[in-house]
Design a protein. Structure first.
Length: 235
């Protein structure tokens, strides 16, 4: 046991029982999302976007682990704002297990996994990016290539000197920078990891950047831990 665990004993973020950040009982309360189409949110094998729904999105498939609700938001808040590295590890473990329960890992074989970048300021404050922790765990478990430095989030007002420095190794797209020397010829697809889907606009925007860079044939998937209930099911 680490000394820190003795000083600050871990406790379940939901029921407060000591031992882990998420106890085995509370994880059972997480509601698993069924394989659905990202766009219309009706059932779809392997989370693949329906062909007809492809008119409104470029995302090829989007995996979702659990429903985002009052319960899971407690976990997400702790993970997002506490800066506790262990919470990201806890989420990694359960998310890897959740993916492994499905056929989706096989579908993603040969993919290059990356993450939705957080703002540079937040990363600096925290010293690490939680999504990197989760991305690494997922790629190690399923044997995917992984890089967390493919994308950089753009700031509204970028200092010219920072801009110059970035543009030496990154190409400037609408909302993101993409690494200049990124070569995707060895990969079947690109998969972007995110923690929670709200509007989906970030993923759409990343997808568009990749398509501008590599052409429309590039297959872009997403792995998301949480997503809210479809609105038409909320009654
Ligand atoms: Zn609990
Ligand atoms: Zn659909």
């Amino acid at each position: 046991m680490y000394i820190l665990d003795l000083l600050f004993p871990k406790s379940c973020q939901i029921c407060k029982k000591e031992g882990q950040y998420l106890c085995n009982q509370c994880i059972k309360l997480f509601k698993k999302n069924l394989p659905e189409c990202y766009k219309c949110r009706k059932l779809s094998n392997l989370y693949i976007t329906h062909r007809l729904c492809k008119d409104d999105t470029n995302l090829n498939s989007v995996f979702v682990g659990w429903e985002y609700n009052d319960l899971t938001s407690l976990i997400l808040k702790k993970y997002k704002y506490s800066g506790v590295k262990d919470m990201a590890q806890t989420l990694s473990e359960i998310f890897v297990q959740r993916i492994a329960e499905t056929e989706y890992p096989k579908y993603l074989e040969g993919t290059l996994l990356t993450i939705v970048p957080i703002s540079r300021r937040r990363q600096k404050e925290r010293g690490f990016n939680q999504l990197s922790t989760i991305g690494k765990a997922v790629s190690e478990k399923f044997g995917y290539a992984f890089s967390d430095s493919i994308l950089i989030r753009k700031k509204d007002r970028e200092h010219q000197s920072v801009k110059n420095r970035l543009e030496r190794s990154y190409i400037n797209y609408s909302d993101f920078y993409i690494k200049k020397d990124l070569d995707i010829r060895d990969y079947k697809s690109i998969t972007v990891l995110d923690d929670v889907i709200t509007t989906g606009s970030t993923l759409e925007s990343i997808c568009l950047c990749f398509q501008k860079r590599f052409g429309n044939e590039i297959q872009v998937n997403a792995l998301c831990i949480f997503r809210g209930k479809p609105y038409y099911l909320s009654c």
